[in-house]
Write a protein that binds this ligand. Structure first.
Ligand SMILES: Nc1ncnc2c1ncn2[C@@H]1O[C@H](COP(=O)(O)OP(=O)(O)OP(=O)(O)O)[C@@H](O)[C@H]1O
Ligand code: SF4
Ligand SMILES: [Mg+2]
Length: 323
């Protein structure tokens, strides 16, 4: 497999009246063609900030302080804002949690999809319609011509999300970024959308960065996981390794919060993670999980733990026992 996306030591801050909120901290991850990587973490840990950095849609008070975002060999951050947007729209498609707010209620599906193609490819209307129908079909919609005539409010949540995925793929991007795309859907539809994304990744060699707060969902879709805590990747590895041999105390705690583990041998009891969630309000040093970690020692509060690698599985924790 070849690498299509590489994020290296990305640091992003938000300027706030009290000073700065350092939300992405040395984030490093990569994605290969045909691979699905889940980014998993609690609400507020920085997942959407990562997505918005990738798609060049950070709010005005955000600053990328350092790091690199390399897409297919090109450093996006060194390309200037307008080049960056151009590169992004040719290489990267995005799906958000709420397809209803992402679709324009005043236009039929065919009009908004054909418009998207025209902006990108400047093709004629007939070809744009054919391409729209092809893509809807590839996204599991059996009656594309009928769906194309409808307005967003006439579609179910699951159908709207299929339409959003088809729209994101119209330009045949090599990377699809999906920010909690199934959170608003019921469980059966959620499973169908996850299956669809897996099929698209396999059939089209599409690289998928799948953002979720749920390890359950990650287990169902991903090949690899990056576990986020307090704006850092605290653990990274193949899904089986993370589920069977979680190294970081936060990953271990997170695994205990889900009812059954697909890749584990035993059913585990549901346990909440104790202590308060990480707050970005104060610039802290040391391990961000230290205030909640049952194994925390003095040094954990003093300096950032280094990320170490073992058999392709990485973890940012000082504990020798986990190695
Ligand atoms: N424009 C902004 N200015 C200041 N702080 C912000 C801004 N946007 C987000 N934040 C803060 O940055 C942190 C990370 O937010 P982000 O939306 O990236 O988290 P998330 O992991 O996507 O959360 P969720 O799971 O709830 O979607 C949060 O503490 C959030 O309050
Ligand atoms: S570095 Fe220390 S506080 Fe952080 S997870 Fe490891 S043991 Fe816990
Ligand atoms: Mg978010």
């Amino acid at each position: 497999m070849s690498k299509i996306l590489s994020i290296e030591n990305l640091n992003v801050i938000y300027r706030i009246p009290e000073g700065r909120r350092h939300v992405l901290r040395d984030v490093t991850l990569s994605l290969e063609k045909g691979q699905i990587r889940a980014v998993v973490g609690e609400s507020g840990c920085g997942k959407s900030t990562l997505v918005n950095s990738l798609i060049a849609l950070l709010p005005e008070n955000a600053v990328i302080e350092s790091g690199r975002i390399i897409i297919d060999g090109t450093d996006m951050l060194g390309s200037g804002q307008s080049n960056m947007r151009k590169l992004r729209s040719s290489k990267l498609g995005v799906v958000f949690q709420d397809p209803f707010s992402a679709l324009d209620p005043l236009y039929t599906i065919e009009n908004q999809m054909a418009e998207t193609i025209n902006i990108i490819r400047k093709t004629n209307r007939k070809r744009a319609m054919e391409k729209t129908a092809e893509m809807l079909e590839a996204c599991g919609i059996r009656n594309p011509e009928e769906i194309m005539k409808k307005y967003p409010h006439e579609l179910s949540g699951g159908l709207r999300q299929r339409v959003m995925i088809a729209m994101a793929l119209l330009n045949e991007p090599e990377i699809l970024v999906a920010d909690e795309p199934t959170t608003a859907l019921d469980v059966t539809i959620q499973k169908e959308i996850l299956q669809l994304l897996k099929k698209l990744a396999a059939d089209r060699q599409l690289a998928v960065l799948f953002i979720t707060h749920s390890l359950d969902v990650a287990a169902e879709i991903a090949d690899s996981i990056s576990v986020f805590y307090g704006g850092r990747v605290v653990e990274e590895g193949r899904i089986r390794d993370i589920f069977n041999f979680p190294l970081h105390p936060y990953t271990q705690a997170l695994l205990k919060t889900i009812p059954s583990i697909k890749y584990g041998k035993n059913e585990r009891k549901l346990m909440p993670i104790e202590g308060e969630m990480f707050s970005f309000l104060n610039e802290t040093s040391g391990c961000s999980f230290a205030p909640r970690c049952p194994y925390a020692r003095k040094e954990c509060f003093e300096k950032d733990p280094e990320t170490r690698m073992l058999n392709g599985h990485s973890c940012a924790c000082v504990l020798e026992e986990v190695w």
